[in-house]
Design a protein around this ligand. Structure first.
Ligand SMILES: [Zn+2]
Length: 340
């Protein structure tokens, strides 16, 4: 079995792991697709504390062998490797906040990841993909699930406005999920090509902050009321302060992104206090994986146009270096590991 291993800070190498035994409750899968994004870059930039570790957080594969106690999966099934698993027993897990569990493990962060040709995984970490979800679409499951978690945490109601700051892959998915929930997304970014893509997804309110003042525009779109909710997606150029100005008094805001993003955000808290805003963070997918699979299967969310580059398995090392030099260069970089 071959794997892309991060061996030290800024050191990535294709490593031969030899054969791996399939224990009784595990499943062997041939990997089909994965992606290179902020989690892979975070590991590549790691100072060494978690290394060496195989990279890759999101991946889809096909079952090639099952342990004798495995039920529910058979050879030929297409599966998504659930990237984060929580303990299910701590107080946070029991109160329904599994993504905040301190005992969780994450592929490509605390455990060897999915960027390999074959892997052996406990069956509890696998999600069966319906035929309508392709291996390319499958790598977006966690992002869709994160966006569902954001909608839940913001308590977004039908007909409410949600200002989404940042047309990253998460921002572009969140806008579609908001439409599905019959809310009114207003997407703000400074890259016209990303906003044009949003319009193709049916997002009818987009604001290019290069030539339009987002606060004035949102004032006019909401007839002076301003927005009830706002989601600040990481890796956007718009200052946080400005994003909060888009909210109405008593508005709800969320910072949305995976917890391995490294970014410095500073802002003045007093306007939050004066406008009685509530703010939360959304860093994980909670238990929304199956809902995300359903949204992809029913085509409520279109993710394929978010793939801005495809690379082969052999090219992963160079591609990780390329993405690390500019995280926002691609919306999503898809790795084609193998075909069915
Ligand atoms: Zn827990």
């Amino acid at each position: 079995m071959k794997a892309w291993m991060i061996k030290g800070e800024h050191e990535i190498e294709l490593t031969d792991l030899g054969a791996q035994q399939v224990s009784s409750s595990c499943v062997k899968i041939k990997m089909l697709t994965s992606s290179i994004d902020t989690p892979e870059v975070a590991l590549f930039n790691d100072s060494g504390q978690n290394l060496p570790l195989i990279a890759g957080r999101n991946g889809v594969g096909i079952v090639t062998e099952t342990g004798e106690e495995v039920t529910g999966f058979k050879r030929g099934d297409r599966v998504y490797v659930r990237p984060v698993s929580s303990c299910g027993e701590c107080s946070l897990c029991r109160s329904g906040h599994k993504s905040e569990c301190e005992h969780s493990y994450t592929y490509g962060k605390t455990e060897n990841g999915v960027l390999r040709d074959f892997m052996v995984v406990p069956q509890s970490d696998l999600i069966l993909l319906p035929p309508k979800v392709s291996p390319d679409e499958g790598v977006f499951i966690e992002s869709v699930a994160l966006c569902i978690a954001a909608i839940d945490k913001l308590k977004l109601e039908k007909g409410e406005h949600i200002v989404i700051v940042g047309a990253s892959s998460v921002g572009l998915i969140l806008a579609q999920v908001a439409l599905y929930y019959q809310a009114v997304p207003i997407l703000v970014d400074m890259r016209q090509d990303r906003l044009d893509l949003a319009e193709k997804f049916g997002i009818y309110y987009t604001v290019n902050a290069v030539d339009t003042d987002p606060v004035k525009k949102i004032f006019s779109l909401t007839c002076g009321k301003m927005a009830e909710t706002m989601a600040y997606c990481l890796f956007t150029n718009m200052p946080v302060q400005r994003a909060f100005e888009c909210l109405a008094r008593g508005g709800r805001a969320a910072f949305v992104g995976f917890d391995d993003a490294k970014i410095n955000l500073t802002f003045d808290f007093m306007p939050l206090f004066h406008k009685a805003l509530s703010v939360c963070s959304v860093t994980g997918a909670e238990d929304n994986y199956l809902s995300a699979v359903n949204m992809l299967a029913s085509k409520a969310v279109d993710v394929l146009p978010l793939i801005s580059k495809r690379v082969k398995f052999e090219e992963v090392g160079d591609s990780v270096k390329e993405v690390a030099s500019c995280v926002t260069k691609y919306i999503t970089l898809l790795v084609e590991i193998d075909k069915i």
